[in-house]
Design a binder for this molecule. Structure first.
Ligand code: KIV
Ligand code: ZN
Length: 519
């Protein structure tokens, strides 16, 4: 019996990235896209091209770079969105236009102020327009799982007739129970006359913690595409987690014996790790499949069972998801070759001159720290992937602090024309003092919105990594910054400067766009 292929559609770079705290710059998206390609997802959604110049650029670059995976871009159901989306996607080996409009009465009445008939017409026209540009068109009926099922059947039939090869039924608000989604998918498959001309897909959000269960139930009911994200990131409570749904299908092959998926499960851990190091947001230790404790057996009875036979307490091996069995530690005697190999193992693709700079940073760190771990190397690499202009470069930070001292920071910055500026300030604490100096030198005021600090590895000599977000000049935008150093105050100053440089780049590019338009 030939098996039915279930498409794994990854939307980490679109639905995942649009969640607060998970934004990625273009270079970070490219790194992630390469790992998704290695992981063997069938389609990656690279962004929402019309939503911002950054998203347009990222989708364009991902489309040009990725050779073995389909690349999708999200577009609302109108000609402008779809044309812009196509401009970004047209370079891809396997492009896919993904267009959507809501179909639930709640969305139609309160958000779109349209009738069902109008929504149906818009959906059909959008699919037809997209099909004139691209052979592979996906249509999503947003909030499908709160839509009237008879109307949904009508929409599915009409968009398939208009040329959609995939019809996606999102549980946009994560409201559905597994037995309900089972019924909806079965109804669509049994009632829509032309359903065999397209794939039925699901896209489940996790507001009730049921996204994976609902996706598996849908596959069981006949859906042949699952939309998901690495680590389950995404709007609000996130999306269906790729690693969980894939391992669910894999570990329970006995139940899903008539389907096959293309994902290389031993690349899962690397994908998860790369995402957490890029975004600075880790997964909880007990997270299924990729959490730190996912394969740790603590209880004595469990350890005893494991020693007698692993299958007593282990339903999958750590190796099957790519957990590294040993972590190679580098040090000051490690050579360039070992360093480069380690970067590749961690999933990064780094160009030659960036490697040289990274290797120099590694040597400096190895002098400070006896052992350099994977997390340290990731921080060094991410430090290189700046796709914005560094208006200011940190030259030095000196801090006076203590329980009886007035915290004072002296910061030296160099601007892009080579001018060196030094200033000093007191503050509520050393971090506050550093930020005040940076703001004063740049002539920009900032408001810190979030601040997180973590030790990248164990050990008293660990590198501290700071991720923060700040709003500058009351612009209304939260800008993310990251910095790492063995000194946590210096790491904080670097992170703040990182955010400030991004803000300046963004401000300048907006100003030049406005002056081009004569605004
Ligand atoms: O959750 C949702 O409905 C979506 C669609 C736009 C696919 O993300
Ligand atoms: Zn979504």
């Amino acid at each position: 019996m030939s098996k039915k292929k279930v498409i794994i559609f990854d939307t980490t770079l679109r639905d995942g990235e649009q969640a607060p705290g998970f934004s990625m710059n273009t270079d970070e998206k490219l790194q992630m896209a390469l790992q998704l390609e290695r992981l063997g997802v069938d389609v990656m959604e690279a962004g929402f091209p019309i939503s911002s110049p950054g998203d347009f650029e990222a989708v364009t670059k991902v489309s040009k770079m990725i050779k073995n995976t389909g690349v999708a871009g999200l577009c609302r159901a109108n000609e402008k969105d779809i044309s812009v989306g196509w401009d970004a996607l047209k370079h891809a080996v396997r492009p896919r236009i993904h267009t959507f409009i809501a179909t639930s009465d709640i969305h139609l009445k309160h958000k779109l102020k349209k009738s069902r008939e109008e929504a149906l017409e818009i959906a059909v026209n959008a699919v037809k327009f997209a099909r004139n540009l691209c052979d592979d068109v996906e249509f999503s009926a947003e909030d499908a799982l709160r839509s009237d099922v008879d109307f949904l059947c009508q929409v599915v039939e009409a968009v398939i007739a208009a040329g959609a090869s995939t019809v996606n039924l999102p549980d946009t608000v994560g409201y559905t129970m597994p037995f309900e989604i089972d019924k909806v998918i079965s109804t669509i498959i049994n009632k829509v006359p032309n359903v065999d001309k397209a794939r039925i897909s699901v896209h489940c959000h996790n507001d009730l913690g049921l996204a994976v269960a609902n996706s598996l139930m849908s596959v069981n009911a006949g859906a042949s595409q699952v939309e998901c994200t690495i680590n389950g990131i995404g709007e609000r409570a996130g999306n269906c987690s790729l690693e969980e749904v894939v391992m669910g299908l894999n570990v329970r092959k006995d139940l899903f014996d008539d389907i096959e998926i293309g994902v290389k499960t031993n690349e899962i851990y690397r994908a998860s790790k790369l995402l957490t190091s890029i975004t600075g947001v880790g997964v909880q230790p007990n997270k299924a499949i990729v959490g730190k404790n996912a394969f740790a057996h603590e209880a004595g009875i469990h350890q005893d069972g494991m020693l007698k036979n692993r299958i007593t307490y282990e339903i999958m091996t750590p190796e099957s998801v790519g957990y590294p069995s040993t972590s190679l530690v580098l040090g000051k005697h490690s050579g360039r070759h070992a360093f480069v190999e380690r970067i590749k193992d961690l999933g990064f693709a780094v160009e030659q001159d960036a490697i040289q700079k990274a290797f120099e940073e590694f040597k400096v760190l190895a002098d400070k720290k006896k052992e350099v771990f994977d997390e340290d190397i990731e921080a060094i690499i991410l430090n290189q992937s700046k796709d914005y202009q560094e208006t200011y470069i940190m030259k030095s930070v000196n801090i006076l602090s203590g329980d009886t001292a007035i915290p004072t920071a002296t910061v030296k910055l160099e601007d892009k024309d080579g001018n060196v500026m030094v200033d000093a300030s007191t503050g509520d604490g050393p971090v506050d003092a550093c930020m005040k100096v940076i703001e004063r030198i740049a002539g920009i005021s900032g408001r810190l919105k979030s601040y997180n600090i973590k030790a990248l590895t164990a050990g008293k000599d660990a590198v501290g990594e700071v991720t923060l977000s700040s709003e500058f000049d009351s612009s209304g935008y939260d800008i993310r910054g990251r910095g790492s150093d063995t000194d946590v105050v210096v790491a904080s100053a670097k992170a703040y400067l990182d955010a400030l440089n991004k803000y300046i780049t963004r401000k300048e590019s907006r100003e030049s766009m406005n002056s081009d338009k004569g605004v």
